[in-house]
Design a protein around this ligand. Structure first.
Ligand code: BV8
Length: 265
């Protein structure tokens, strides 16, 4: 991980300190230090949720076809993830992004936090201006009427869960599956933020899922200074102005300290 005097870290901090409009895209990596498994990172920490993850392939289960062919297996997988997200706590990376929103607001600036994650940990950390590109796992909706409900914070007892809104219908998680369109208001808000920011950051994402992965190119084309914070190299690493390699739970707090000083108590 780059040391605090690392030139790349210093340059990114300087750009953040003078920025007014910042757009950040986060992926599963930003929640990894909260114990929530990523999609493509197979390094399972024993005893964590990741240790159980090896039995499921997210890319085949996170699809409408999978739910249609095996609603019991898919809804069981999502309820298991939902309970893990409810129990998870924000890590220093989430908290640093919530601080960045406050620091920018204090300077008449604005942070747009665009997330691919469905765990709502950014909101739990205090971030307000969050754009959820892929929905959220805590709300579920009726497969017939589309009406939403938030199940209680305890294990579901029936798979797939039955809809309370229409006889014979089921409940599915309010997430965007592969092959499904993203919420139009979310993708337009994300596009607008990427096209009008001074600094764009890609944090904890393998940068392979579209259209989220395309936002970096929108920001670059618009002249933003671009930064990646990620444990491993990705297709974004060779594109950004500064690539900071390491855990976001360590790099983001360092970046904020260098840009804005120590967090107020
Ligand atoms: C759509 C919700 C119209 C469900 C998810 C254009 C080109 C190519 C393909 C397409 C395209 N347009 C559409 C597609 C198809 C597809 C797609 O992109 N496929 C990919 C796989 C090629 N996109 C879609 O289907 C989208 N829909 O565009 O509709 C359309 C449809 C079909 C055809 C054309 C147009 C819908 C995409 C949304 C899918 N739903 N999630 C759920 O959660 O179950 S995506 C899923 O992947 C999650 O949201 C996840 O967040 C997301 C991306 O993954 P990452 O977040 O990046 O997670 P990953 O594990 O991959 O990486 C984690 C990274 O963190 C790693 O790099 C690791 O090194 C790093 N890391 C780990 N620990 C740390 C860390 N970094 C820092 N600190 C740490 N501690």
């Amino acid at each position: 991980m780059p040391g605090n005097d690392h030139p790349s870290l210093l340059m990114a901090a300087r750009k953040l300190a003078s920025a007014r409009r910042v757009a950040v895209v986060t992926g599963a990596g930003v929640s990894a230090e909260s114990g929530i498994p990523t999609f493509r990172d197979k390094s399972a920490m024993p005893g964590s949720m990741q240790a159980l993850w090896k039995d499921f392939d997210p890319l085949t289960l996170a699809t409408p076809e999978a739910f249609a062919s095996d609603p019991q297996r898919v809804s069981r997988w999502y309820d298991w993830r939902r309970l893990g997200c409810l129990a998870a706590q924000p890590n220093p990376g989430h908290l640093a992004l919530a601080r960045l929103e406050r620091e920018l607001a204090a300077r008449a600036g604005r942070l747009t936090l665009i997330t691919q994650n469905v765990d709502r940990l950014h909101q739990k950390a205090g971030s307000a201006n969050v754009v959820e590109l892929h929905g959220n796992i805590l709300a579920w909706r009726c497969t017939s009427t589309g009406r939403e409900v938030t199940p209680p914070p305890e294990p579901m007892t029936q798979f797939p869960p039955v809809s309370p809104f229409r006889q014979g219908a089921q409940l599915r998680p309010c997430v965007v599956w592969f092959g499904e369109m993203l919420p139009p208001d979310a993708i337009s808000a994300a596009d607008e933020a990427a096209a009008s920011c001074d600094v764009f950051m890609s944090v904890g994402t393998s940068a392979v899922v579209y259209p989220a992965a395309g936002l970096l190119h929108v920001a670059r084309a618009a002249g933003a200074f671009t930064v990646e914070v990620n444990k491993d190299a990705t297709p974004a690493t060779g594109v950004v102005d500064v690539a900071l390699q390491g855990p976001s739970g360590e790099i983001l707090p360092s970046l904020l300290r260098l840009a804005f000083g120590h967090a107020p108590p």
